[in-house]
Design a protein around this ligand. Sequence first.
Ligand code: NAP
Length: 306
Amino acid sequence: MEKYDVIIIGGGPAGLTAGLYAARSRLKSIMFERISPGGQVLNTEQIDNYPGFADGIAGWELVDNMAKQAEKFGLQIVSKEVESIDISGEWQKINTSDKESALAKTVIISTGAIPKRLNIPGEEKFTGKGISFCATCDGAFYRGLDVAVIGGGDAAVEEAIFLTKFSPKVSIIHRRDQLRATKILQEKAMANEKIKFIWDTIPLSVNGNDEVESLKLKNVKTGKESDFPVKGVFLFVGLDPATVFMPQGIKKDKKGFIITNDNMETNVPGFFAAGDCRSKILRQVSTAVGDGATAAFAAEKYIEGL
Ligand code: NAP
């Protein structure tokens, strides 16, 4: 079984930065990523708030550069799905779906997060067939058609703005009368004539036969229910941590995000977490890369102390 100083699981900005730092520290490092590196950023058309790019940068381009940079310094990136991690021995054992295993002195988890579901009738039936979690991926399918966006955070507002490239009317349906999104995005959306807001409203169900035909909505202030005809629904109601295969005993917050200290150390020695899968206040590319750098540095110090 191959032995490593550091095994990084998950190839978004946090993992790629951890890989860059670990490789530059000449630690024997490998990254396991399910398909190819990039993570959620691949679903973002344009990143405007990552410092250093005055005109913004395409999501795919930013992570592609991060991967090339980490590989240039020696990080090995392998497409493999991790199924379980055994932390009971002297070495941490990573078991992958091809029934192989690898051993590590330290593990950095940077598996990110996945879109939260609403758990309403019709959601499962129409996911991928009228309900989408990615405007960059699916927006063009709705060219010329009105769409609805559920949520009021950065993702909902940013993606709604993107969807106006294709749709004549984008309705943002939000459960409160104030957006959570950052002010600059709010201003952009409010100034966009194609975006309409439906406040204080939640969806109760997604309806249709073979395709989405309408949303059943409820105004949470008046209690009034209504049918809202629409062909496409984009759900951006927050994130759940992608931490399914995490070993027992790793402490998490009540939403399932991994708890670490400032050095990205979890409660298990040699086991680190970085990026969106970690319990923290702000999930951005800029905070993910900081987490990744810190985790790799702390892993190096941990190995030196062994
Ligand atoms: P978020 O910030 O958690 O916002 C989720 C939105 O969905 C909130 O407006 C919330 O309403 C609403 N919501 C949650 N549960 C709901 C439910 N059951 N029914 C109806 N509405 C519901 O999530 P996000 O927008 O996906 O962003 C996740 C993280 O990524 C954030 O840290 C965000 O800053 C970051 N992000 C950043 C950018 C950027 O910087 N450009 C872009 C995308 C994402 P309430 O407001 O009432 O809670």
